[in-house]
Design a binder for this molecule. Structure first.
Ligand SMILES: Cc1cc2nc3c(=O)[nH]c(=O)nc-3n(C[C@H](O)[C@H](O)[C@H](O)COP(=O)(O)OP(=O)(O)OC[C@H]3O[C@@H](n4cnc5c(N)ncnc54)[C@H](O)[C@@H]3O)c2cc1C
Length: 386
């Protein structure tokens, strides 16, 4: 029989992560962000507890679990008000690609640090000109003896300052077919010719976004992950985990917003009864509860399909989950602000910051429009518009 509830083991994992993140909490997270400090303590504790690499094979320091497990970790952190974007990037995207396509030496070199949090890896595909159209990336890898030389520019790359390496998506110089042949390289952030400049964002988060400049960055042969000609398949291996994680990030934030709003609605009295008595306040929160649970269900389905090896089924479900989760999160944040009245836009209550944080989920890592394009084309068979 199909099960619509998670295993007891998964639920126990959620409780443990929630307990751990709860020790830190939203106020701590916000203070760190506003002071321009990092949340490394939390990151390392998640690593030490075995949650950061829970999806990575045990022989490389991981927990041997699946995307469903790491997605649960990501969601519970966010639900406690400690959303960590690098969870999406380091263990889920980079960890998955290296676990699936790295050589034995590469796995031994990079996976243990991803698991314990001491060797975080960022991920860079987006470019200023190509934007959503990743087929147009121009960051180019040229052969140089046994090794490679990389030149190009990336934008909105999360957490470069906290990462030892960046998994960079480039193209090889062979442009005979005119089609991009993506290749993936692990680039140390202290490489000569590598420069990262922070972008001033309106998000209250300790994790920053960067412009990355790659000017004649020399890399050894073993910086190339996977096959030079199979880059697209390798890249796609990271996409479903990315979407499932982004969905979990959003449902976690949405739960956090809704919890705070519900608590406030029970306490705040301006006429005779708490404001939650008014259906104008209660119904939007109830709607959010339903939307969040629907998005969580689809996210768990996507993770289950992915972990069962059904990449195609997981692709459709992961896109739908990511869409639904981002929409649910934006609405939950907006309703949480409204429930708080004037307090909703004070720093003290910290609700307004959620508007931007949840809004980012509609844009990254893949925009809602591109998901709608995917569903229109692949689920409905409609013609491609671009
Ligand atoms: C907080 C944050 C963190 C990020 N972290 C990373 C990271 O770590 N690594 C990384 O590589 N990237 C990262 N990104 C980049 C992110 O993946 C891109 O912002 C996203 O893919 C959209 O690209 P763009 O910003 O260039 O928008 P554009 O491509 O310029 O798109 C602008 C708008 O046009 C729409 N649009 C474009 N083409 C179509 C079409 N064919 N049909 C319909 N609508 C279309 C888009 O949906 C969007 O609404 C991050 C972004 C943010 C905001």
């Amino acid at each position: 029989m199909t099960s619509y509830t998670e295993s007891e083991e998964r639920r126990a994992l959620r409780r443990e992560v929630a307990k751990l993140a709860g020790k830190f909490g939203r106020e701590w997270f916000t203070e760190k962000s506003r002071a321009g400090e990092k949340t490394t303590e939390l990151w390392l504790e998640i690593g030490r507890s075995g949650y950061l690499g829970i999806n990575i094979p045990e022989e490389y320091g991981g927990g041997g679990g699946g995307i469903g497990d790491i997605a649960a970790v990501c969601e519970e952190l966010a639900a406690q008000g400690c959303p960590l974007l690098l969870m999406v990037v380091s263990p889920a995207i980079c960890g998955t690609i290296i676990s699936r396509y790295g050589t034995e030496e590469q796995k031994q070199k990079w996976l243990p640090g991803i698991c314990d949090g001491t060797g975080t890896m960022a991920f860079a595909i987006t470019e200023p000109d190509a934007g959503t159209n990743s087929h147009n990336i121009t960051t180019t890898a040229r052969r140089d003896g046994d090794g490679w030389v990389l030149n190009g520019r990336k934008i909105y790359i999360s957490g470069v300052d906290e990462a030892d390496n960046v998994l960079v998506v480039a193209r090889t110089e062979d442009t005979r077919t005119g089609k991009v042949k993506p290749v993936l390289f692990v680039v140390p952030t202290d490489s000569e010719g590598f420069e990262a400049r922070p972008i001033a964002m309106e998000i209250v988060s300790p994790e920053l976004q960067f412009q990355v400049f790659l000017d004649d960055v020399h890399l050894p042969a073993d910086a190339l992950v996977g096959d030079e000609s199979g880059g697209l398949v390798q890249l796609f291996a990271g996409l479903n985990p990315e979407r499932i994680m982004a969905a979990s990030f959003s449902t976690g934030l949405a739960r956090f917003a809704l919890d705070r709003a519900s608590a406030y609605a029970k306490e705040r009295v301006v006429f005779q009864a708490p404001i939650g008595t008014h259906q104008a306040i209660a119904h939007p929160l109830a709607q959010s509860k339903i939307e969040i649970e629907l998005a969580r269900l689809m996210t768990q389905k996507a993770a289950a399909l992915y972990d069962a090896g059904d990449d195609v089924g997981a692709g459709e479900a992961a896109n739908m989950a990511k869409y639904a989760a981002a929409e649910a999160a934006c609405d939950a944040a907006d309703r949480a602000v409204q429930t708080h009245g004037g307090n909703g836009i004070t720093q003290e209550y910290g609700m307004a910051g959620l508007l931007v944080a949840t809004r980012a989920g509609r844009i990254a890592p893949v925009s809602r429009e591109m998901i709608l394009n995917f569903v229109a084309m692949h689920s409905l068979g409609l013609p491609k518009s671009y």
